[in-house]
Design a protein around this ligand. Structure first.
Ligand SMILES: *Cc1c(COP(=O)(O)O)cnc(C)c1O
Length: 352
């Protein structure tokens, strides 16, 4: 704290990311990174682009990457926005669409960055409780709102929504923007990008941090009809003309072009997830049905806080959110390689 801070900074409540430990021997199952690494073609593209041309600014429009994404999803490049991680894309869309007279709606248990952006941009919001089984119930979202955002699958529960439910919401809710945050969609849910051509108020965000294993490059995207993308471009060009560096643009495009690597590594994560689910269930956990690269699980006798601390002593880090009360005994456990998952089971066996 300092007297030079503006009053506004005093009141900010920043997001707290999962720990990135300096010790490399830890089994890191706490921030939903993908253990299989980026496409070798993306890595090769980065190596071959790391040359003297880095003295020049990158393409401010990142058009190589936008075209690769447009090609992958069969949309027009004017329907694609890219940013420095999907967190930046989200920040821009909160400012561009959700600063309204009516409150923004999102689930009470969801990605905690949404509240942080509401604080940063002074956006009024209202949370809608998850159902008894922790699923998002879109029917509970009133249509009188300043916008709606939710992840599919939801974080940190991992529970997916059927596309029909999302389309049902879009049919009802025509007067405000609906954003579907698809950070984990590639691990088992259906993308709403297929609905973009029919709904002018739908914006879908994705990230290359999880399914394409490029968290370190910071690449995120949004797909929506061109007028929505234009709003995001206006904000981006009022904030930072070059949010994606040259290496990120090239790596992101190569990652979208290497579909075989993408599909193969996602499938390995999905297969391991089902195994992890079984193994946790056998050890006394209640595991929510996940379509993401993590599971959200609660033990029948040990508290979440206690288990997270115990696992850490065995060198395994998982994410524990103390709040809200309803999820205070859950652990969010990222799916690792078979060896990492085994280390988790051994740590649990030593503890339970
Ligand atoms: C990880 C995550 C993001 C942010 O991803 P980045 O592209 O790495 O910024 C956004 N939304 C949800 C729900 C996430 O879990």
């Amino acid at each position: 704290m300092s007297r030079f801070w503006s009053p506004f900074v005093h009141d900010l409540v920043p997001y707290v990311p999962g720990e990135q430990p300096k010790l490399s021997r830890l089994v890191k199952l706490n921030t939903n990174e993908n253990p299989y690494g980026p496409s070798p073609r993306a890595l090769e593209a980065i190596r071959s682009a790391a040359d003297d041309s880095l003295k020049l600014y990158p393409d401010p429009d990142a058009s190589l990457l936008k075209h690769a994404i447009a090609n992958y999803y069969s949309v027009d490049a004017s329907e694609v926005f890219v940013g420095n991680g999907s967190d930046e894309v989200l920040a821009h869309l909160f400012l561009g669409f959700f600063k309204q007279d009516k409150p923004l709606l999102f689930p009470d248990i969801t990605y905690s960055f949404y509240k942080v952006y509401c604080g940063l941009y002074q956006i009024d919001y209202q949370t809608i409780p998850l159902a008894e089984d922790f699923a998002i119930c879109l029917k509970d979202f009133p249509t009188d709102n300043g916008g709606i955002i939710f992840p599919n699958p939801n974080a940190p529960t991992g529970i997916p929504l059927p596309l029909a439910d999302i389309e049902g919401l879009l049919r009802r809710n025509t007067e405000s923007l609906v954003v579907v945050d698809e950070a984990y969609v590639d691990f088992g849910a259906d993308t709403a990008i297929a609905l973009v051509s029919r709904y002018p108020n739908l914006l879908v965000t994705q990230t290359l941090s999880k399914s394409r294993s490029l968290a370190g490059m910071r690449i995120g995207l949004a797909v929506g009809q061109a007028p929505l993308i234009e709003a995001l471009e206006r904000i981006k060009n009022s904030f930072n003309s070059y949010p994606l560096d040259k290496l990120a643009i090239i790596a992101g495009a190569a990652a979208f072009e290497d579909e075989a690597w993408f599909r193969g590594t996602c499938q390995k994560v999905i297969d391991s997830r089902e195994l992890v689910r079984e193994c946790l269930t056998r050890r006394g956990f209640d595991v929510l049905p996940s379509a993401a690269n993590f599971v959200f699980a609660r033990h029948d006798s040990r508290s979440g806080a206690d288990l997270a601390t115990a696992l850490r002593k065995h060198g395994v880090i998982v994410r524990h959110f103390g709040k809200p009360e309803r999820i205070s005994d859950f652990l969010r456990i990222t799916i690792g390689t078979p060896e990492q998952n085994q280390a988790l089971f051994e740590a649990l066996d030593a503890e339970l």
